[in-house]
Design a protein around this ligand. Structure first.
Ligand code: GDP
Ligand code: IMO
Ligand code: MG
Length: 427
């Protein structure tokens, strides 16, 4: 299986880090690749009880023998990159080989400044971004005033590009937002200071990955963010500024769609969301608090509490459709062990009508009320289960029911955060 995509099927934090790490340790994986987003991601990997969080780095950085790749579609803060690498090294981690695309766009300090200022100006309409400068960096890319990694090696060009990027931005900052202008010299000086350490990592990652696939090597594309946060297919405008869907992997890595063999959608056995925006199955009662508490639903990147709700099969079917999922990795089934009955949203009621598919308009989605079916709980600890047969009957029924209504088979189920706490349903 040479090219495998792992992506988020809900609003993020589904357990993509764990799923990626699990795949990378059970099969020999040659490359683990990030293709979109930046250090707005927060992926948790638990190895032998020890917890690691990756943000910009692919989870493969913890897998000796696999090369980690930050491909062209990612927005890279060199400061965040080295802070994260140094953090792992300080913990004694033997970090894997890392390659960074020469074409990836750079997040400079001014992108984070602009991210925070624009959010503040949006007031009650704010997106609830991570404040990491992701949106402004993608704006510069699309506006053709972005700085790319390769520019850090030519100070003259770099200065011209930073001047162009800051020209209008500084007018905005000083005249509209009432902030100090950003100095070109300081930005250039900071970015140039990363160049020497970056140089050996930088390459044409599209060429590298295509050659690897030609040679029959296995490449794992680790998604960040998720389908419902996709700028085209998510709950716009409450989304991130990139394309975390499967199609985005091709653009973000410079590989063709015919290369991809498996597309795995990671999905929680319930739903969570950080930041603003519609969320039909969101709970505002004790069940919501209990999911939040038992699931440890606190953001890895920002420390924000995640909003919680029941599993939404409309979202699952939508994710299956827009990503062409070949399978799901269902995580956090163990968290549902506390409930006598488990509701699952099978469709929406919108203005008195039963709706089975994601509604076409934002207004309809805002009005969507979940229609629930109820499943008997198993009320026992399943974190020690290692095969489907080990799971209590009611848990098996729950997984099989989700498989029937979610649009793709459930390949594996997570029963705990640890690498080994995985039950493979369809080997
Ligand atoms: P990601 O952004 O998709 O990689 O997910 P996060 O790391 O932000 O959040 C997922 C959280 O769930 C992390 O704390 C994981 O350690 C944890 N996790 C992943 N899979 C499972 C599982 O099957 N059971 C439990 N209890 N925790 C899990
Ligand atoms: P992982 O990879 C959950 C959300 C933010 C905000 C919106 C836009 O860990 O699943 P941005 O800073 O990207 O412009 O914020 O997207 N968001 C995430 N939510 N998990 C993530 O990543 C997220 N990355 C961005 O909370 O609502
Ligand atoms: Mg996360």
């Amino acid at each position: 299986m040479p090219a495998i995509v792992v992506l988020g099927a809900q609003w993020g934090d589904e357990g993509k880090g764990k799923a990626t790490d699990q795949l990378a340790t059970t099969d020999p994986i040659d490359f683990v690749v990030r293709t979109s987003g930046g250090h707005n991601a927060g992926h948790t990997i638990v190895i032998n009880g020890e917890k690691y969080a990756t943000h910009l780095l692919p989870s493969g950085i913890l897998t000796p023998g696999a090369t980690s790749v930050i491909a062209n579609g990612v927005v890279v803060s060199p400061e965040a990159l080295f802070r994260e690498l140094d953090g792992l090294i300080a913990r004694g981690v033997e970090v894997a080989d890392l390659k960074v695309s020469a074409n990836a766009h750079v997040i400079a300090s001014y992108h984070a400044t602009i991210d925070k200022v624009t959010e503040r100006f949006l007031g009650k309409n704010q997106i609830g971004t991570t404040g990491r400068g992701i949106g402004p960096a993608y704006v510069d890319k699309i506006n053709r005033v972005g700085v790319r990694i390769a520019d850090l090696f030519d100070e003259k060009i770099l200065r011209e590009k930073v001047e162009a990027a800051l020209d209008v931005r500084n007018h905005l900052l000083t005249k509209v937002y009432n902030r100090r202008a950003i100095e070109v010299d300081a930005v250039v000086e900071e970015l140039v200071s990363y160049a020497e350490r970056l140089r050996p990592m930088v390459c044409d990652t599209s060429l590298l990955l295509n050659q690897a696939l030609d040679a029959g090597q296995t490449v794992l594309f680790e998604g960040a963010q998720a389908t419902m946060l996709d700028v085209d297919h998510g709950t716009y405008p409450f989304v991130t500024s990139s394309n975390p869907v499967a199609g985005g992997v091709c653009v973000g890595a410079g590989i063709g769609p015919t290369r991809i063999d498996r597309v795995i959608g990671v999905i929680k056995a319930y739903t969570t969301r950080v930041g603003s925006g519609p969320f039909p199955t969101e709970l505002f009662d004790d069940d919501g608090i209990q999911l939040q508490t038992l699931g440890g639903e606190i953001g890895v990147s920002t420390g924000r509490t995640r909003r919680c709700g029941w599993y939404d099969a409309v979202v699952a079917r939508y994710a299956s459709r827009v990503n062409g999922l070949t399978e799901f990795f269902l995580t956090k089934l163990d968290i549902l062990g506390a409930w006598e009955q488990i509701p699952v949203c099978v469709a929406y009621e919108i203005d008195g009508q039963r709706v089975e598919e994601m509604p076409m308009t934002q207004t309809e989605f805002h009005h969507a009320k979940p229609i629930y079916e109820y499943f008997d709980g198993w009320q026992t600890d399943i974190s020690g289960c290692r095969s489907f047969e080990d799971l209590p009957k009611n848990a098996q029924v729950y997984v099989q029911a989700l498989e029937r209504i979610s649009g793709a088979k459930i390949w594996a189920v997570g029963v705990g955060p640890g690498r080994e706490q995985t039950v493979v349903v369809h080997p």
